[in-house]
Structures are given as C-alpha cells and as structure tokens.
Design a protein around this ligand. Sequence first.
Ligand code: SF4
Length: 66
Amino acid sequence: MKISVDEEKCCGAGQCVVIAPEVFDQRDEDGIVVLLDSEPAPDRHEAVRESAGVCPAAAIHLGENA
Ligand code: SF4
C-alpha cells in the first residue's frame, strides 16, 4: 500500500488522525493533514482504508493494490 494525501483538498477535519494516528497527523497551524507513513505495515491497512473512506474531502489516495 502506498498512500498520498492532497493537502489542497484537506479541510482539516481530522477524521484520519482519529482513526489512524500512526499514519496521519495534523499541522499545528492549520490542521492540514501530515502524512507520517506513506507505506504503512499491513496491520494498519484497514485503518488507513477506513480513514480514506470517511475523509470528507476525499484527500487520501491509496495505491498499489490498496
Ligand atoms: S480526514 Fe481528510 S480532510 Fe480530514 S484531516 Fe484527514 S485528510 Fe484532511
């Protein structure tokens, strides 16, 4: 799994950070998503998929057999 995030789309809702705090963080200044781990271990894939699914801005993209 390879993750990318679109900072332009992110509205700082923070859903991804709540669901997968090992993979996503938010900038202190404006709450925009920060990708901590673009290729997370398999045991985190489910949480990452859930994050992408609930992201209100559709700013999380999954690639490579995600
Ligand atoms: S859930 Fe989406 S909009 Fe919210 S912080 Fe994460 S990437 Fe940004």
